[in-house]
Write a protein that binds this ligand. Structure first.
Ligand code: 5AD
Ligand code: SF4
Length: 465
């Protein structure tokens, strides 16, 4: 495993380097300590956790097998819906109990919940035993704050508010697939969404830095990179370049597979579609959130496209990119959504026949414009809509998966199947999960598999030697 050097990361970001020679002292403080890291939410958080892990291990902490033996418990939280917050609060109960019996345990609340002033206030009042609250913008402060909690030592760290930080180190979860941030934040301000408030304005990383990272990953043996941003299509606007140019440059590194999440239909240009179609190593997989099929609701959501524009874009992708799989996100029960509005959403699902969809009941986020919109639909009606939507979505995922029956597909094999230790699992280039009859030696490789059965959420297949 590549162990990051805390000092090295600083050197590349801070003009003034104050960290030389501190490393060994810090390690003396932490060498017998263990950490437990729990991650909630989206891929952005999963990747931030890879950075958090890197900081903790650079300080000298080791991973705990369970929460009871940990000295540092980090919760990397999500704020997108109320139930994400509920899960964190539930887990905090456990942390409180641990703190009661031991004073060598420190609790860290990180991530998107920590970027909401009203939530921080509530947490400070109701959960005073939390030692450190750290947001998405100042992850860099974690080593400093932890060191101060555990010792008399004071270290200074570079901290940024709305800039792009380079020189981040990651202890990555996988040896074969890697997340690569291309931009941070979001400027779209969809009226239901908390992200522009918790993640800040759109900031693009420099193209050279991204390409350097992809080349390094390729050299380390990574097969797949996922370019990450809240709205990747807006990449480059702030630094005078474009997402299609970046995508082309990443494809030219000849890493085996490239994909990207998440796209916004409003920013998706014809040029991007042409680049995806042109390069074999850009995966024919696009996640294109619809949110609603009703033009009235789309307008209230500030989504900047109509149902017709969405369908036109969808059709263009299907026409130009061979075998493309398109998945989506849909919210039901947005304030004032009527049965007729909801049926418009069902209508788009029937027209597009998505490969998959993440579906959600609208969750009110304080501070967003939608939070003050009148909402008179009963929650039970929203639940019933979600169920009807899910039935339709699953019908089409299944229908699309059945098309692969008896076909030969390429799969990047990632590990041993959780359900059946005699099988391995992986993903097609259209991001379909396949459980494979095949030897463990194929883990980490892209192999040919013949599909033998297809369900809504996964496929089964035989490895073709
Ligand atoms: N309520 C319900 N779903 C939401 N999403 C974002 N904000 C909310 C909210 N307030 C969904 C959107 C987005 C996905 C990541 O989460 O569908 O695309
Ligand atoms: Fe939220 Fe809209 Fe930005 Fe996506 S595009 S992160 S839904 S504000």
């Amino acid at each position: 495993m590549h162990l990051p050097d805390l000092n090295e990361a600083r050197k590349r970001t801070s003009k003034e380097n104050k960290y030389i020679n501190l490393k060994e002292d810090i390690k003396k403080v932490f060498h017998d300590k263990k950490y437990y890291l729990k991650t909630y939410g989206c891929q952005m958080n999963v990747h931030d956790s890879e950075a958090i892990r890197s900081y903790l291990e650079a300080l000298g902490l080791k991973e705990a097998l369970n929460i009871e033996e940990a000295n540092v418990i980090v919760l990397n939280t999500c704020a997108i819906r109320e139930n994400a917050k509920d899960k964190v609060v539930g887990f905090l109960g456990k942390c409180k109990y641990l703190k009661k019996n031991r004073d060598d345990v420190k609790i860290v609340l990180a991530g998107c919940m920590s970027e909401q002033p009203d939530v921080i206030k509530e947490i400070r009042e109701n959960h005073p035993y939390i030692d450190i609250i750290i947001g998405t913008h100042n992850l860099y402060d974690l080593p400093k704050l932890l060191t101060e909690k555990f010792s008399e030592q004071v270290i200074e760290v570079y901290s940024s508010s709305d800039e792009v930080i380079e020189g981040m180190n990651f202890v990555r979860d996988s040896k074969y697939t890697a997340w690569v941030n291309i931009m941070y934040g979001c400027d779209k301000f969809c009226t239901y969404c908390i992200v522009p408030y918790t993640r800040g304005r759109e900031r693009s990383r420099k193209l050279e830095d991204i390409i350097k990272e992809v080349n390094e990953l390729k050299e380390q043996g990574y097969q797949e990179v996922t370019l990450l941003g809240q709205n990747v299509n807006a990449y480059g606007k702030d630094i005078g370049t474009t997402f299609s140019y970046l995508l082309e440059c990443v494809a030219k590194t000849q890493i085996a597979r490239v994909r990207f999440v998440t796209s916004h239909p409003w920013n998706f240009t014809n040029e991007m579609i042409d680049v995806i179609a042109k390069y074999d190593n850009i995966m024919p997989y696009i996640h294109l959130p619809l949110q609603s099929g009703s033009n009235r609701i789309l307008k209230k959501m500030n989504r900047r496209y109509t149902k017709e524009e969405y369908i036109n874009l969808f059709n263009l992708m299907k026409e130009k990119i061979p075998n493309v799989a398109i998945t989506t996100d849909i919210i039901v029960g947005f304030p004032s959504e009527s049965e007729a509005d909801f049926e418009e959403t069902l209508d788009v699902v029937k027209t597009c026949e998505f490969d998959g969809a993440y579906t959600f009941i609208y969750s009110k986020r304080e501070g967003t414009p939608a939070a003050s919109m009148p909402d008179d639909t009963a929650y039970s009606v929203k639940e019933e809509r979600l169920q009807r939507l899910n039935e339709l979505v699953n019908y089409y995922s299944n229908k699309n998966n059945q098309k692969l029956l008896n076909q030969e597909v390429e799969v990047l094999v990632l590990g041993v199947s959780e359900k059946d230790q005699n099988k391995v699992y992986g993903y097609t280039d259209t991001m379909k999960l396949v459980n494979i009859n095949g030897p463990q030696e194929i883990i980490g490789k892209i192999v040919k598999v013949k599909i033998t059965s297809a369900k809504s959420f996964s496929l089964d297949g035989d490895y073709i030697a």
